[in-house]
Design a binder for this molecule. Sequence first.
Ligand SMILES: [Mg+2]
Length: 325
Amino acid sequence: MIIKDLRITHRNIPLERPFKTALRTANEIESIEVAVVLENGITGKGAAAPTWVITGDSAESIQATLLGPIKQALVGKDIAHFQSLLAAIQSCCVGNTSAKAAADIAMHDAYSTLLGMPLYSYLGDRKPLTTCMTVGVDTPEKMAADAKQAIADGFQRLKIKVGSQPELDIDRIAAIEEAVPDHVMLRLDANQGWKPKQAVQLIEQMQAKEFAIELIEQPVAAHDLDGLKFVTDHVSIPIMADESLFSTRDALHLVAGRYVDLLNITLMKCGGISKAWKIASIAETYGISCMIGSMMEPGLSVGVQHTLQLPTRMSRILIWMHHYG
Ligand SMILES: [Mg+2]
């Protein structure tokens, strides 16, 4: 079945409240949605979210990539060559992982529809996954109130953004611990906001206070892999790579060198479902567990990540993060 067209739509979706991390404050979700149209009318949909401070991809660059090299790689081709076309999306230009992710998702959607099954069936079995809600970084009092609200909304696990004004981080977690039931486990995400020695010191303080911390994500700068390893080697709480992990090559380097204990796979960083599978396979080979994260994304791409079932061995910590990596 020939791919007849590739179309895009640009939408801004306002948030109910601003979302803050150590890297940015977002007031809306910006979404570039892509439709891959087959000659029989079947349409596969995907979406990309611009995140300048993480991927470097803007709305303009995503649109230009989709309507330029990616469209050229797909339109007029037979989707029967599905795997070759997924590879063509990745090789048609360097970088631009968000646009590649959107096209990769849309191609998976079109192909599974052509095969007569929903995408979640095509991707694998349906095991229940644990979803957690992210609490944006703010004052200890505001974060405690947000955490309390998330628990009231039914979430059993919370991801807590820290790393902006690190001197407040102990008080932030103390306030949240006070506000939520004892069984609630916290996942901290510093979004590169700590220095290596500072990270070890803060984590040791948190452990001394017996905070219920399950893992700590990206404590130090993305490029500082030695710093990341220093933290991993000096604390007992598992350390997870997020901004340090984009490509399969990054994944291989991180797990082979034991720079981290865990990986956070995000479709906008790695370039889509096909790349996420490869990273998961690398992690599985080394016995490293993974989490599926997301950016500030629309339901279209978030939903895909929700149904992405990675290798079974990793499911013990395979967590679907409902809101924002
Ligand atoms: Mg993160």
